[in-house]
Design a protein around this ligand. Structure first.
Ligand code: NAD
Ligand code: TDX
Length: 364
């Protein structure tokens, strides 16, 4: 073992660890070389990508501490034996794209609600085993949730005790998932924590989401479909900061608590698109105003006092993070071109075909 102090949870089950944020968490934890062993459980949906873990798998010392299991968090027969071998479960696994939840909500209920239930039941069985003296302690479970559970926040900043008013099938499913987690704290006294992260961006981000879609389309001089007036506001959080905050809450969070993870970089979508086009040296004329997302949340913003009090500070300013992200997509075209093929073409047509056909100049 080398580097840093001994981890509080030396054996982790990381679900959804082949996705965008989960894989960053896995790469960063393994790269610390503190002896932590990670089992990734991932269903390998369209969003799961083994290549996201390539940097860890290329290092023999890290690879020896990584076990990769393909499976569904909603399948108790897969989850139970894995839960019996770990000190904590970090649940990144989810259907995560609002637009897909509008096209096809059912998968969101299965994974983001039933999947969470199955994980909680497995953790509860382990807590029982611990009570019977059959294992050293009960596992902690961290549920990765989202700022979207608050709904659209026209003014001010959401605090953890605020009402949850989700407005899309995605955010409603995520809210249901985290409320189940909370209920297992209240009812069964389980060791659980919840994080609510804001809009995350950075390397390995699936190109269905705003920033990577627009970067990769613009690199190919393709149109950029901006929803509605483009004045919706999001608070952008660099992926390594999001993953780091999750690790910090896992290690230091108070059982039963929820922690907002804001980015402190609120921007309109138009501002974000302007910045990424500048970084790429591409013209605004690529941007097309298209039919808006139904039920589109206008703004998200969260208060981060509770997380700051726990001792966490983000490191990456937005302009530097965006420039690094643009550079990563320039240097890793094999990665995203492989994703933008096959199933992607059908999805893109379904999501944007009619929208782009009926689009107009976005005006600056
Ligand atoms: P992602 O879509 O990139 O990755 C999700 C991963 O989960 C994929 O690897 C996928 O294969 C896996 N998965 C899906 N269903 C599964 C199942 N039933 N069993 C096992 N694995 C399954 O998502 P992301 O952007 O990395 O988001 C990770 C988590 O963070 C999600 O819970 C999401 O709700 C939350 N979150 C994301 C953001 C963001 O801006 N991306 C912000 C706040 C919170
Ligand atoms: O083509 C697009 N055009 C466009 O104008 C896309 C894909 C998005 N947008 C807009 C919609 C939003 O206002 O850009 C903004 C960001 O959209 P997404 O990247 O789809 O993210 P969002 O819907 O805000 O949700 C993200 O942040 C919270 C993640 O996908 C969620 O998983 C997370 O919980």
């Amino acid at each position: 073992m080398s580097g840093g102090t001994a981890p509080r949870f030396p054996r982790l089950l990381v679900t959804g660890g082949a996705g965008f944020i989960g894989s960053c968490f896995v790469r960063d934890v393994l790269a610390r070389k503190d002896g932590t062993h990670i089992t990734v459980l991932d269903k390998m949906t369209y969003a799961g990508n083994r290549a996201n873990l390539a940097p860890a798998e290329a290092d023999p010392e890290q690879a020896a501490r990584l076990l990769f299991v393909v499976g569904d968090i909603a399948d108790a027969s897969v989850v139970a034996p894995l839960a019996s071998e770990v000190d904590a479960i970090v649940n990144f696994a989810a259907e995560s794209h609002v637009d897909r939840s509008i096209l096809d909500p059912e998968a969101f209920l299965r994974t983001d609600v039933m999947g969470v239930h199955v994980l909680l039941e497995a953790a509860r069985a382990e807590a029982e085993r611990a009570r019977r003296g059959e294992r050293a302690g009960a596992p902690r479970m961290l549920q990765v949730s989202t700022d979207e559970v608050y709904g659209s926040v026209e003014t001010g900043e959401s605090r953890e005790g605020d009402l949850l008013e989700p407005r899309s099938p995605y955010s409603a499913a995520k809210a249901a998932g985290e409320l189940l987690v909370r209920s297992y704290f209240v009812t069964y006294g389980m060791d659980v924590v919840v994080t609510r992260g804001s809009n995350t961006y950075g390397p390995y981000h699936h190109p269905e989401k705003l920033i990577p879609l627009f970067i990769t389309n613009a690199m190919d001089d393709q149109q950029l479909p901006l929803y509605g007036d483009g004045l919706q506001r999001r608070d952008w959080l660099y992926v390594a900061d999001h993953a780091g905050a999750i690790g910090h809450v896992l290690a230091h969070g108070v059982a039963g608590e929820t922690y907002n993870v804001p980015g402190d970089n609120e921007r309109t979508n138009r501002d974000v698109v302007t910045a990424l086009l500048d970084d790429l040296g591409k013209p605004w004329s690529l941007v097309r105003q298209v039919e808006d997302r139904p039920g589109h949340d206008r703004r998200y913003a969260m208060d981060g006092t509770r997380l700051a009090a726990l001792g966490w500070t983000n490191r990456m300013p937005f302009e530097r993070g965006l420039a690094a992200t643009v550079e990563w997509y320039r240097a890793n075209q094999d990665w995203w071109r492989a994703i933008k093929s096959g199933e992607w073409t059908d999805y893109y047509q379904r999501q944007y075909g009619a929208r782009l056909a009926g689009s107009r100049e976005a005006g600056r």
